[in-house]
Design a protein around this ligand. Structure first.
Ligand SMILES: Cc1cc2nc3c(=O)[nH]c(=O)nc-3n(C[C@H](O)[C@H](O)[C@H](O)COP(=O)(O)OP(=O)(O)OC[C@H]3O[C@@H](n4cnc5c(N)ncnc54)[C@H](O)[C@@H]3O)c2cc1C
Ligand code: HEM
Length: 403
């Protein structure tokens, strides 16, 4: 428990740190990676370069500090981050390293304004926040390990099948090298892959949502090749596409994540995806079909055109069922798409279209896609009066603000 004085100092200095948030965390990473280059095995270097991880960590620390005397209130946020940490293999011994360098960075950026009293208070507060994360993560590690077919860190899987699903998306079917059972998962969850690329100094870890229904003897992921345009090409996605063939071994952590379909509910469910954001939606769609065959489900997918539209046959087959409806939106259909009636609507999903076509008043909505797509969908749903407890979404990168 923190004393009242410490709580007051921390709460009153949150705005100051927020103001310098990005400068402090940029400094923090510089110092930490300087002293602990081994941590570059865990952090995503592209996120670092784009400043995305800086913002995510900064805002989480300040949000937690603002609730330092009532961390229970932000438990759902702690859990969401803890899922990611557990999937990456973050351990208790990592926390003091982050704490030490965060304090050094605060001192460095704030200079004399960071008095000993302030630094002491933040050291104590960080300890309390870190303990909250460590506690939640310990439970998650135990759960990952003790479940049937479970394991704690990374386990070796063989690429059993590699299937091109579109010009840019390829599926990998992964089976455990030890031939033992694999942990079940909830539709919407992801795994992390840890890659060792020959000639590279550090390992690379990325998350991929499971794109098939639970209950199989394999995990399927479907990966989009991230072309860099003016920037370097995406490291892991291109390596998977170009260099990982059937028979290759990958290291995988057990399924994680709190973006999951609630199968205790019987409300209609609307699954919306843009581009490769369709992967968790596929798993959810197949799950509804398997375990809730009476539940109404609408699958809405937006793609540029038929060339980059993955897994369409699987969706079309399921859409024959009475409880399933699907709509494909193409914003730049090709001539071939037009000739073969490959899409339902030309253009983007709009508020008016949603109002007319889906049961906005009662459905649960799940969506994933590029951030502008997610912002638009979230805005339409809020505008249409959909309560936030019926809105669920996943980011394929560090969390960003949608409103
Ligand atoms: C929960 C979750 C689930 C996910 N599920 C899926 C999924 O099902 N399928 C899927 O395909 N992806 C999924 N992702 C995304 C995936 O984890 C990777 O982020 C994605 O594959 C890109 O990784 P990469 O290594 O190829 O690109 P990175 O090397 O991480 O690069 C990311 C982007 O940054 C750009 N970049 C690289 N270096 C720089 C630089 N120096 N300056 C500026 N820009 C740069 C790259 O061009 C690229 O566009 C998911 C992510 C999360 C968090
Ligand atoms: C109390 C301390 C911490 C807080 C508040 C925190 C917060 C966060 C947040 C908000 C994210 C983004 C989550 C998401 O987008 O879903 C994140 C991701 C991550 N965290 Fe932490 N974190 C803490 C401690 C640590 C520690 C100790 C480590 C290991 C040294 C660590 C390593 C990572 C990594 C590697 C990622 C993914 C980053 C990426 O891929 O770029 N974190 N953390």
């Amino acid at each position: 428990m923190l004393d009242q004085k410490t709580i007051e100092i921390v709460k009153s200095t949150v705005p100051v740190l927020e103001q310098h948030g990005e400068a402090i965390t940029t400094k923090f990473y510089q110092l930490m990676f300087g002293n602990h280059p081994e941590l570059l095995n865990i952090f995503n270097h592209a996120n670092q370069k784009q400043g995305r991880q800086q913002r995510a960590l900064a805002s989480a620390v300040y949000a937690a500090a603002a609730y330092i005397d009532n961390l229970e209130a932000i438990l759902p946020v702690v859990k969401q981050i803890a899922h990611k940490h557990r999937s990456l293999g973050i351990k208790p011994e990592h926390y003091p390293i982050v704490g030490k360098h965060l304090l050094l960075a605060i001192k460095d950026v704030l200079g004399d304004a960071a008095t000993d009293e302030i630094i002491d208070a933040w050291a104590k507060a960080y300890g309390v926040i870190a303990d909250a994360f460590i506690g939640v993560e310990a439970e998650m590690y135990a759960e990952a390990k003790n479940q049937k077919g479970g394991w704690e860190d990374f386990r070796r899987f063989i690429v059993d099948k590699k299937i091109a699903e579109s010009d840019v998306i390829t599926s990998f079917y992964l089976k455990p090298v030890d031939h033992k059972p694999i942990a079940d998962f909830r539709p919407g969850q992801y795994i992390s892959i840890k890659l060792e690329i020959e000639g590279e100094k550090f390992t690379h870890i990325r998350q991929y949502s499971l794109s098939d229904a639970p209950g199989k003897d394999y995990y399927r992921i479907s990966v989009k090749r991230e072309a860099g345009m003016l920037n370097p090409d995406g490291k892991v996605s291109n390596y998977l596409h170009d260099s990982v063939e059937e028979g290759e071994i990958l290291q995988i952590s057990a399924p994680a994540g709190d973006f999951v379909l609630d199968t205790n509910k019987e409300t209609p469910v609307v699954l919306l995806s843009g581009g490769v954001g369709l992967t968790p939606m596929m798993s959810m769609l197949k799950t509804v079909v398997d375990v809730q065959p009476e539940r109404k489900v609408t699958f809405i997918h937006a793609a540029q055109n038929g060339n980059v539209h993955a897994l369409r046959d699987e969706v079309e087959e399921l859409a024959q069922l009475e409880n399933v409806t699907s709509y494909f939106f193409y914003d730049s259909p090709t001539e071939e798409d037009r000739e073969n009636n490959r899409f339902d609507v030309e253009g983007y999903v709009t508020r008016q279209w949603l109002e007319e076509k889906v049961p906005v008043g009662e459905a649960d909505f799940y969506f994933c896609g590029p951030v502008p797509f997610m912002k638009a969908i979230n805005g339409f749903l809020l505008d249409l009066g959909v309560n936030e407890d019926r809105i669920h979404f996943e980011f394929f990168g560090p969390k960003a603000a949608l409103v």
